[in-house]
Structure formats: C-alpha cells, structure tokens
Design a binder for this molecule. Structure first.
Ligand SMILES: NC(=O)N[C@@H](O)C(=O)O
Ligand code: NI
Length: 166
C-alpha cells in the first residue's frame, strides 16, 4: 500500500495544478467608500471550450472513512473547476501530473480559508473533506462534450493524515 504524505497548500506548491484562492499575502483594493476590501482576480475560470458556460453550484460533502484511500483520479478536459469552502473547515486536495506515475501524486492540507481552482485537464481526486456536511461553492463548466475522464488506480494509495497537521 503506497502512503502519500500531506503537505501545506501554498500558491507556489500548487502552481503546476492551478491556483489557490486565498487572500494571504495580497493587498486588497479599497472599495465602496472604504467600507469593503476587494481581493481581485484570484482565479481564471476556463470553461469556454466547445461552447461551455460557467456553472455555479453548491456541494455538501461528507467525510470519507479513515484511512482515506485514493483509488480514483479524474480530470475535466473541457474546463477548470474551483472549490471554495464555506464552513471554514480544513480539507484535503490530491492531484497528480500522471495518474500512472505514483511519484507524480501530491496531497495538500487546505485551510478553511483556502480554495483551489483546478486548471483545465488537471488530474485531481474528487472533493475530499474531513467533516460531514462540509459546504463548498463550486465554479466549473456546464455544456456539451465529455468533460470527465477517470482513472482507477491499480494499487490503492493511502493518505498519511498524521502529516496533515504539519
Ligand atoms: N462530480 C463533480 O461534479 N465533482 C468532481 O468533479 C469533483 O472534483 O469533486
Ligand atoms: Ni472534478
């Protein structure tokens, strides 16, 4: 059984896979006569391929049984996919550059104030949360064409949750 250690989610570490949606380290614009701050252009929504349009949805996710087993990776060839937690709970992100290559897998511990925007065609595990009834705002694609490619792993990989706290 392959064990995948979990690293903190940072913009730099996640850059090969997409964007981290967070305000950390950014300077906001002051708007609304000073009564609000705007953190601009945090993610690129790329859903126009083959006539696609933006789909705004709300996911309510349940925690998977521990130890979390990674058996399936997926990608969306026609569009990006953004997840933003709404309850403020920590969650997990698992991505890879090549699902056939074990060493290409990366697992990240995302904070409750961090979202991710998977770039179009980025291999990722479906939404992984640590608590039941975890709500997420999701921005991805609706439209024709086949926007889902799945890869079932030959060998189940396990997430080493002990490293998530580090
Ligand atoms: N199925 C669905 O809409 N969500 C997945 O693509 C996911 O990444 O969670
Ligand atoms: Ni997805």
């Amino acid at each position: 059984m392959a064990i995948l250690s979990i690293e903190p989610l940072t913009r730099q570490a996640f850059a090969p896979f997409g964007e981290v949606v967070e305000t950390e380290g950014l300077t906001p614009l002051s708007i609304n006569q000073g009564y609000a701050e705007r953190y601009n252009e945090l993610a690129t929504i790329d859903v126009g391929a083959e006539g696609g349009h933006i789909n705004i949805s709300w996911f309510v996710a349940s925690a998977r049984p521990a130890p979390i087993a990674i058996r399936l990776m997926e990608r969306h060839p026609l569009g990006s996919q953004m997840f933003m937690p709404l309850n403020g709970g920590d969650w997990l992100v698992v991505v890879c550059t090549d699902p056939h290559t074990r060493s290409s897998y990366r697992a990240f511990a995302a904070k409750g104030n961090q979202g991710v925007n998977y770039a179009r065609n980025c291999w990722h595990h479906p939404l992984l949360v640590l608590k039941d009834a975890s709500s997420f705002l999701v921005v991805d694609r609706k439209g024709g064409g086949d926007n889902l490619e799945e890869y079932w792993l030959d060998e189940t990989m396990q997430l080493d949750l002990r490293t998530a706290a580090s």
